[in-house]
Write a protein that binds this ligand. Structure first.
Ligand code: HEM
Length: 542
């Protein structure tokens, strides 16, 4: 996809006007030549001054395009190969944008702990501009007042332990519904089911009920047969491809890859739906106005996220009111960030367990030992399922849902590991490479072995990108780390436990031959959907 755009880029590139000999006669030509000389002389001076500042190592950049021509899909593998050659702080130029790729836990600690504040911004990408209402969300917003305010609301209001707990019944009901539909679809185990699809629909239902109190079908997004899953995938794929215009500003207007066009179209589709959804909430709130405070308080535990955001918009008297666009952008952020990532983790966990029947059996035995032979899993049981926790950790180590996290950007120049990192450098953390580093994880780093987390010293591995453990960072680290990690881990563990407590699973043919290729988007889903046969382990009594 990116290669296609790059091919186009190699077609006639507009030459700076200053270099074109004009038709205005000798005087103008002389002026043109002088200006050209001044331009190149300034570049040379600038280059000389930079030579004293030691940039991190990296391949030599071409004029204008920098190292863009060296990028290949999937980017996380390509960047790992380059890091193997040049080192864990790799310097590249994407067009005119200085870019650093961080590929070791030691360096990750330098960037996201020691210098966390300096790298707490995001580069200005097309997806933030054209899909997220000009950076009105959290994930793509640059560091500043808007981001600080929204992040605070996210951490202190939207994703608190209490609120996550208040949606326990939603997870229970939706996972049970998924289990029933899997059994029906499989015609009592005779047909292989599309596990990928079952998981994403269930997670979409969970997320929408948490965000907007009700589920939406694909038709709610329009009548062209494309639904939310398509929209999320489209935005993720477009957002995950490099938009040449983001890196070579004077090509931006041409939109060579059609990325801006796709993002604007996707935003228009989402906007119509989101407006309706917010209107429904506003009307419902107006209808219940005037009710006794105690009554409202009693209902607090079922407030959905849009309610909370609207309430904050009303009571937020001191600062600029939360705008409608912000509510729309943040709602989509939470839906996409929560749905696709958790779905990817689950489909990879199921894939690896299918390839490793002994691990699946061990996990099923653990679940049974906690809930009993005919019991169903409760969220409160998860703390006692140590092997389950190890399976989820091992899955996120090998298959981080965001293999390159989200790009950060430096707000000022700084020296890291002895190298000069200029202001506005884009920083990419290769989470995928960290999790597979044999220096950290041993010679079997690429193998699925949940047992590695059973050793006492590994058992407490902190996934949240907290302040101590930088060996694997599936949720990023520092100020911009994932605020939904607790909800994600809970949802993934609970869904996986239910899938394995209810069914035995097998695939057609030799499980070790299961296709494990990853697709390329912002997230890292399987390239082909996972199909498997369920057979009931215990009576369906959900
Ligand atoms: C397995 C599931 C998940 C994974 C692997 C994951 C991973 C990540 C990663 C790597 C980042 C970027 C961190 C960085 O820039 O350094 C991120 C950011 C974010 N995630 Fe998650 N996430 C998951 C689930 C969730 C859920 C359930 C939510 C909320 C419903 C969520 C909300 C967000 C938000 C809002 C951000 C942007 C934070 C910011 O820019 O300040 N994520 N996530």
């Amino acid at each position: 996809m990116f290669d296609m755009g790059f091919e186009k880029l190699l077609q006639p590139v507009p030459v700076p006007a200053i270099l074109i000999a004009s038709r205005g006669g000798a005087a103008t030509t002389a002026f043109g030549l002088t200006a050209t000389f001044v331009f190149f002389f300034s570049c040379w001076i600038f280059h000389q001054s930079r030579r004293n500042e030691r940039l991190p190592p990296g391949p030599y950049p071409w004029p204008i395009i920098g190292n863009l021509h060296q990028l290949r899909l999937p980017f996380h593998r390509n960047l790992k190969d380059l890091a193997d050659k040049y080192g864990p702080i790799l310097f590249l130029r994407f067009g005119s944008v200085s870019t650093v790729v961080v590929s070791s836990s030691e360096m990750a600690k330098q960037f996201y702990k020691t210098h966390d504040l300096i790298f707490a911004s995001r580069p200005p990408t097309s997806v933030g501009k054209y899909f997220f209402y000009n950076f009105k969300d959290i994930a793509f917003a640059p560091y500043g007042d808007h981001w600080r305010k929204m992040r605070k609301i996210c951490v202190l209001e939207l994703l608190t332990a209490k609120r996550i707990e208040s949606f326990k019944h939603v997870r229970q009901e939706e996972v049970s519904a998924m289990i029933r539909s899997i059994w029906e679809e499989s015609e009592s185990g005779r047909i292989a089911v599309n596990v990928t699809k079952a998981i994403s629909s269930s997670l979409a239902n969970i997320l929408w009920r948490i965000l907007a109190r009700k589920k939406f079908s694909d038709k709610d997004l329009g009548t062209d047969g494309k639904g939310f899953t398509d929209l999320v995938q489209e935005v993720s794929t477009v957002g995950g491809s490099l938009n040449i215009g983001d890196f070579i500003p004077y090509l931006d207007r041409l939109d060579l890859q059609g990325i801006k066009r796709s993002l604007k179209k996707a935003n228009t589709r989402y906007d119509v739906f989101a407006e309706k959804m917010i209107d429904e909430h506003v009307n419902a709130r107006a209808a219940t106005n005037g009710q006794a405070e105690a009554e409202a308080e009693a209902e607090a535990h079922v407030k959905d996220i849009i309610d909370v955001l609207l309430e904050m918009a009303e009571t937020d008297k001191l600062e600029a009111k939360l705008k409608r666009e912000t509510i729309k952008a943040v709602t989509y952020d939470l839906f996409a960030a929560g749905m696709e990532t958790s779905a990817n983790a689950l489909e990879w966990a199921m894939s690896e367990l299918l390839r490793h029947p002994h691990a699946m059996k061990k996990l099923q035995e653990e679940i049974e030992s906690v809930v009993g032979q005919h019991g169903i899993v409760n969220e409160s049981d998860l703390g006692s399922m140590v092997y389950l926790q190890c399976v989820v950790k091992e899955t996120l180590r090998l298959y981080p849902s965001l293999p390159l996290a989200l790009p950060h950007a430096s707000v000022e120049a700084v020296t890291v590991g002895g190298y000069y990192i200029p202001k506005k450098t884009m920083v990419i953390l290769n989470v995928w490479a960290l999790g597979r580093d044999p220096m950290v994880w041993g010679a079997d780093a690429s193998e699925f072995k949940p047992e590695r987390f059973m050793q006492v010293e590994e058992h407490g591995t902190d996934l949240s990108g907290g302040q101590s453990d930088f060996r694997m960072l599936p949720f990023g680290a520092g100020r911009r780390s994932c605020p939904g990690s607790a909800m994600a881990i809970l949802t993934v563990q609970f869904t996986l436990a239910q899938l394995l407590n209810t069914f035995d699973w097998r695939v057609e043919g030799d499980p070790s031959e299961l296709d494990m290729k990853e697709a390329c988007a912002t997230t890292m889903p399987r390239q082909t959907p996972l199909f498997a046969y369920p057979s009931l382990k215990r009576p369906l009594s959900l």
